[in-house]
Structure formats: structure tokens, C-alpha cells
Design a protein. Structure first.
Length: 485
């Protein structure tokens, strides 16, 4: 080392502008970074140069070093930096929109995901990190590349409805293809306005030294969803017959709950067939009996066909006409039914045999026969209602706005007889009779048992089944629509 020259491994090379043997009492010190081999090293050396400058100012101000004047920082020593040179890498927080990326931003760096919006302006839309990480952890399998492949996209489509926030996000990423960029560096920055973060922009480069460039730090809007935001994009639609219930534990979950009063129809979306509770006669002779069964069959609405509903008279129902009693006479079932059609009645009761003392009673009722009135001789009385009533149902709510008992207009509630069978039985306080019913504003519904299987249409005239739920299975899509009282 030459006389008058100071070497410091931390500061690089310091050259004293003072000749050996002079009597000068002052000297000028120039501190420069050593030559860098690559862009990353330039950032490190420039950062350290800024730190050294701030330290020098401090010891001058404190008097630890006698300084003739305040140290001066030559901004040209940080190529690509456009803000106050004392802010670069000064450990005073992230400064953004200052040209090249501030090393201070690395202290609070996080990784995000974005989509290039405009290849000319090179704008990047930063996506919600929590939603993407959740989706990638679940669906980005082999290889784990922070992207969505065609096979992974198919799995997502089978899992979520088209309007689900995670499905929409996955579709956006998948469609963007090469414009989608994962693992982007971003950090909160004191110089960025509210709602924006500092992005180490991969598409914006700044020349630092001849032949070399650095990435810019750019204040960029960040799409950040909060817990309970699952309904913000109206995935259920907007109507008075359904409502969206957001998850209380994340920003993407939601459920579409029906808001239907009165009776409803439940129609298979893949076929013009309705869920029906019908009676069929089991056995023969005196031991025969009527039992309820479930099927999905063609609609009966508008038809004048009547079907048996129960034994006994119709309770709480206005009687439109009575015949066969006064005077006592024989009345066939066909004659009784024709009278009901003529009067516009929706139900009638008919005595199955003539009795010389009471005749053969036929009553025509204004409404369907929903409840039977039993009494002396009721076993001889058979009630009938228009067949359409067998395809009318009620959604009986529970404490959970998404859980319902599905009650038939002719009596009984839908339940699971086994892991794959569906039946009808007396309505009980039983979880086997409770279903999670979702319904959007187009009427599209999914009926799921708490065990995880979904009600599935099998064929016209056949009993529906319970199958593993799948968003892509059209046989699990139903249309639930209100039809009044």
C-alpha cells in the first residue's frame, strides 16, 4: 500500500487526495464501489455504497469525524435510480417508482401471481395471492409448477360451478397461458398509494450500465380479497328466490340458498321429468295396501288424471258437491271423477261399495286431498287427487338456511334408505331426512345429503339415486321452482 492510501475491506478502495509529506490539514475522500461482475452484484454494491454514505453523514454530524463540509453523494453512482440517492438501499423502507428495484424492498418481499394485460404498456394485473395459493395447493399436482395444466383445469371444472370464484380465477389463468407469470416479487412500499404494492416488474427493464439492465420497481394495484368476499361477484345471480351466503372463514366460499314459499316442483335439468311421490298397490286381496314410492317421471301438470292418495275423507277442504247419499244410489268411480272434472275440483272421495242404508257417497273437493279424515267406515272411503299433486313438494327450512326437509304434498319426506337409495317416509326429526339444497337465480339446484352424495337422475320413470357429487354430472342438476301454495 502506498503512503497516504487507505484500504478498507468494507468500503472498497478509498483514495486520499493528499500527497505524502505535505502539511495540508484537510483532504478529500472519494469512495467508489468496486467493479461488479453481474447485475445482482451491482445492486448489492450500490446498496452498500448508500449505507456507507449515510453512516459517514452521521459520524460527521456527531463530531466523531471532523468534516470540513457535509459529504456529497453523487447520484450517478447508482445507475437507473431516479429518486433521492440517499433513499436507495438505505434501510429506511421500500421506495418504489424510483427506477430500479430498491434493495430495501427485499426486506418485506412476498411472492405473488400476475397476468400481463397489455403487451405494449406491459401492465400486470396482480391476482389475489391467498386464492391462488389455495387453488394451487389443491390442484397443481405433477409437475408442481405454479401453473394450471389442461388436466388440472378439468379437475377444477368438475369440482366447482362456473361462477365459483376459484373456478373463475383458474379459467382466467388458464386462458392467459403465456401471459400468466407466477412467483412475482412484491413488497409493501411507503411511496405507493393505498391499495398498491411495489412490484419487481419482470417486463420493465432499466439500463444501469452499458450493456446491463435492472428490473424496475413499480407501484401496482393488488387484488386482495377479504374473508366473506365469496358473494361479491354475485355467483348466485340476483333475484328474490335465492340468496348468496358467503363463507365466514375464507374469501371464496359461498352457498346459494333458496328463498321459496309454498309448493315447488323439482325437475331433472337433463330431462323433462319431475320428482314424484306416487302410490302403488302392494299385495292382493284383503291383504293389499297402498305404499308410497319415489320416481322421476313426465310432468302431470294440466292433466285431468286423478290418482289415489289415502283412505278416508279429505280433511280441512271445501266440499264442492256430494252425490250418492241423498237420494241413496250407486255411483261409479268414473262418474264421481267426471263430476270432479266438471266442477274443477282437485280431489274427490268415493265409497268403494254401495250400501243400502248409506248409499255410495261421492264428494268433490276444491283443493287437493292433503290430509285424510278417518272415522266410522273410513276404510271404505278412498280419496283421489289430481296426479299433478304427486309432483308438488315443500322445502321445510331448518336452523341452517341451506338445510331442508323435502316434504311431499301428499305426505311424507324424502330420505335415504341406504348409501345409494332414496325413499319417502313419515317426516321425522332425523338427519336422514335433511338435505343441503342449493339454488341459483336460474333455478339450477343441487340436492346433497349430509353424507356427501347428491340426488341423481337415472332414467324417466325410475327411482333417483345417490351418487358421488360432481359439478360436471348434469344428472345431478335439478330445477326447483315455486308454483304457489
Amino acid at each position: 500500500m502506498k503512503p497516504g492510501e487507505i484500504w478498507n475491506k468494507n468500503n472498497g478502495v478509498g483514495l486520499l487526495d493528499m500527497a505524502e509529506g505535505t502539511n495540508s490539514t484537510t483532504m478529500q475522500v472519494v469512495i467508489e464501489p468496486q467493479a461488479a461482475d453481474n447485475v445482482d452484484e451491482i445492486d448489492v454494491l450500490d446498496e452498500y455504497l448508500g449505507t456507507t454514505y449515510k453512516h459517514t453523514v452521521k459520524i460527521c454530524d456527531d463530531g466523531a469525524l471532523k468534516c470540513a463540509e457535509k459529504p456529497v453523494f453523487d447520484g450517478s453512482d447508482i445507475p437507473g435510480w431516479s429518486c433521492d440517492v440517499t433513499k436507495y438501499g438505505a434501510r429506511d423502507g421500500c421506495d418504489c417508482d424510483c427506477g430500479i428495484w430498491d434493495p430495501d424492498c427485499d426486506d418485506g418481499v412476498r411472492y405473488s401471481y400476475g397476468i400481463v394485460q397489455n403487451t405494449t404498456a406491459k401492465d400486470i394485473k396482480l391476482l389475489d395471492s391467498t386464492r391462488i395459493v389455495t387453488m394451487l395447493k389443491r390442484f397443481d399436482n405433477s409437475p408442481f409448477d405454479h401453473k394450471i395444466s389442461s388436466n388440472e383445469m378439468q379437475t377444477i371444472r368438475a369440482e366447482f360451478a362456473a361462477n365459483h370464484p376459484l373456478r373463475k380465477l383458474a379459467e382466467e389463468i388458464f386462458t392467459a397461458d403465456g401471459r400468466y407469470i407466477p412467483l412475482l416479487k412484491m413488497a409493501p412500499a411507503k411511496t405507493c398509494p393505498t391499495g398498491k404494492v411495489c412490484l419487481r416488474h419482470p417486463k420493465r427493464t432499466i439500463t444501469t450500465v452499458p450493456g446491463k439492465t435492472g428490473l424496475a420497481g413499480v407501484c401496482t394495484s393488488m387484488d386482495s380479497k377479504t374473508t366473506g368476499a365469496g358473494c361479491d361477484e354475485m355467483p348466485c345471480g340476483t333475484c328474490a328466490t335465492s340468496t348468496c351466503l358467503p363463507s365466514t372463514i375464507n374469501s371464496w366460499g359461498y352457498k346459494c340458498a333458496p328463498l321459496l314459499n309454498g309448493s315447488v316442483t323439482i325437475k331433472a335439468k337433463s330431462d323433462d321429468s319431475y320428482l314424484e311421490n306416487y302410490k302403488t298397490k302392494m299385495g292382493s286381496g284383503r291383504r293389499s295396501k297402498w305404499v308410497n314410492q319415489i320416481k322421476v317421471d313426465a310432468g302431470h301438470f294440466g292433466s285431468s288424471t286423478f290418482v289415489p292418495t289415502a283412505r278416508g275423507w279429505c280433511a280441512a277442504n271445501e266440499v264442492l258437491a256430494t252425490t250418492g247419499v241423498k237420494p241413496r244410489k250407486r255411483v261409479t268411480r268414473t262418474e264421481c271423477e267426471q263430476l270432479a272434472v266438471k266442477l274443477g275440483g282437485k280431489a274427490y272421495t268415493w265409497r268403494t261399495s254401495y250400501h243400502r242404508k248409506v248409499g255410495q257417497e261421492c264428494n268433490v273437493y276444491k283443493d287437493y286431498c292433503k290430509n285424510s279424515l278417518k272415522g266410522s267406515g273410513h276404510t271404505k272411503i278412498q280419496s283421489y287427487s289430481l296426479q299433478e299433486v304427486t309432483q308438488k313438494w315443500f322445502l321445510r327450512g331448518t336452523e341452517d338456511p341451506t338445510m331442508f326437509k323435502i316434504e311431499s304434498s301428499v305426505g311424507g319426506c324424502l330420505f335415504t334408505a341406504a348409501t345409494f337409495l332414496v325413499g319417502i317416509g313419515n317426516c321425522l326429526a332425523d338427519n336422514a331426512q335433511t338435505w343441503e339444497v342449493s339454488r341459483d337465480c336460474q333455478g339450477t339446484s343441487v340436492i346433497m345429503h349430509p353424507a356427501g352424495q347428491c340426488l341423481t337422475f337415472s332414467a324417466p320413470g325410475a327411482m333417483p339415486k345417490l351418487n358421488q357429487c360432481s359439478e360436471q354430472d348434469t344428472a345431478q342438476k335439478w330445477e326447483i321452482n315455486g308454483i304457489g301454495a
